[in-house]
Design a protein around this ligand. Structure first.
Ligand code: HEM
Length: 402
């Protein structure tokens, strides 16, 4: 369902206006990224959409890089598309800036590196093996429901030192969160939030050495974190890694199902999976963060005014042929996919979970292809994907011979 049209501000040239609802982009056969690429091909480097409250969308890699890298000109505090309802709490740390943002972020970073990273990945790999072993003889599955959504939940549980048994409860809710009905969705979000709040209260009373305890004992700007901040930050670590990881895995799985030569090559040369994972990730950007112009600024002669919201479809960076030759092709022999791909963003908000997510993609491909090397899309049950702040794979039926 499309949202209403906001008035076009006077400083926005009519030639840059496109009626694009970032929550309602229609996949093309069944690839949502091809639909985005088509939009990019038809658009100037920066467009203005009157949907979702009205906002800019950088369409080309160089504009995305400029917005993400200039934290003075483009701020995160309060920025979201569509705008946050009045009175709602900012998402932590993603909707904060400067010193406050650095403090929030410092509580997460020790848990996404070194031993906690390794422990989380070991747990995710063990679970991936268990899940694929369980699916192998069935000959079919819904990849999102039966495989992809479980891994990021297991990773989160590892970071916060909670038992694997909680995974089934959270994954049932994750399934509801993907449903189209907003009321059902909000109810499931509320229950996930309540789960996190309960764990926060347990750790405030009885701290350990896990991430929740670290956040709960954190100090920002010379004062202790409030309970709302603690719960909000823990929730964002869960939500930040849930749909993003599960959906990217889904887009990759769908692509592998339809591209036999690529799949066979990865099966024959499995070392390429970890060596070339960035090239695979580049092709499937999923996140759509937002910024707000802090002051009037000019882009290639275009006026962006202070307060203007900007939606950054990171996927468009990886699809720009001015940056990547044949961007729709996963080219395992591409000379370098380089650290400048923007699937995980860049600048001070660059995804703290990037190493976790990279490793989750590697272990998924390694463990799946080893056990189910040949699989296909199901002709009468197409993949269901959706665009938005995270481009999601809601359902991906796959089949294979047993
Ligand atoms: C494929 C998976 C993932 C993708 C594509 C992704 C993408 C992104 C992007 C583009 C940003 C930058 C947002 C901005 O500039 O405003 C971001 C931030 C963030 N991500 Fe991820 N992410 C992924 C997985 C994860 C995981 C596994 C975690 C769990 C630790 C996580 C937690 C976060 C958090 C907490 C932030 C906010 C960081 C800040 O504001 O400083 N993400 N992510």
């Amino acid at each position: 369902m499309q949202t209403t049209l906001a008035p076009i501000p006077a400083h926005v040239p009519q030639a840059l206006v496109r009626d694009v609802d970032i929550f309602a982009i229609q996949a093309i056969d069944p690839d949502l990224h091809i639909a985005l690429k088509q939009l990019q091909d038809e658009s100037p480097s920066l467009i203005y959409s009157p949907r979702n409250g009205g906002h800019w969308i950088p369409m080309r890699a160089h504009v995305i890089e400029r917005v993400l890298s200039d934290q003075e000109a483009f701020i995160s505090g309060g920025a979201w598309v569509p705008p946050n309802p009045p009175g709602s709490l900012p998402l932590i740390p993603i909707q904060s800036d400067g010193q406050l943002h650095r403090a929030y972020r410092s509580f997460i970073m020790p848990y996404v590196l070194g031993k906690p990273l390794k422990d989380a990945i070991d747990r995710a790999r063990a679970l991936a093996i268990e899940l694929v072993e369980g699916l192998r003889d069935k000959g079919a599955c819904d990849f999102t429901r039966d495989f992809a959504q479980h891994l990021p939940i297991e990773v989160f549980l590892s970071l916060v030192d909670l038992p694997s048994e909680d995974r089934l409860f959270l994954s049932e809710l994750a399934e509801v969160v993907r449903m189209p009905d907003p009321a059902t969705r909000m109810e499931a979000y509320g229950r996930m939030y309540a789960y996190i709040a309960e764990k926060v209260d347990e750790r405030i009373a009885n701290p350990g050495s896990d991430m929740i305890s670290r956040i709960a004992n954190g100090e920002v700007l010379g004062r202790p974190m409030t309970r709302d901040e603690i719960v909000g930050e823990c929730a964002q670590v869960l939500f930040g890694g849930l749909d993003t990881v599960a959906s990217m895995m889904g887009f990759i799985a769908a692509h592998m199902a339809a591209n036999t030569p690529l799949r066979r090559r990865l099966c024959a040369e499995p070392q390429l999976i970890s060596q070339r994972i960035d090239e695979i990730i580049r092709r499937f950007g999923v996140a759509g963060p937002a910024r707000q112009a802090a002051a009037d600024v000019e882009f290639d002669g275009i006026q962006v005014k202070a307060g203007d919201p900007i939606f950054i479809a990171t996927a468009l960076h990886g699809l720009d042929e001015r940056r990547w030759t044949d961007p729709l092709v996963i080219d395992l022999d591409r000379s370098a996919t380089g650290p400048d791909f923007q699937t995980f963003g860049s600048g001070p908000h660059r995804c703290p979970g990037a190493a976790l997510a990279r490793n989750e993609m590697i272990l998924f491909l390694e463990e799946w292809l080893k056990r189910i090397p040949d699989f296909a899309l199901v002709p009468d049950k197409p993949m269901i994907s959706g665009s938005g702040s995270v481009m999601g794979v809601l359902s991906l039926p796959l089949q294979w011979e047993v």
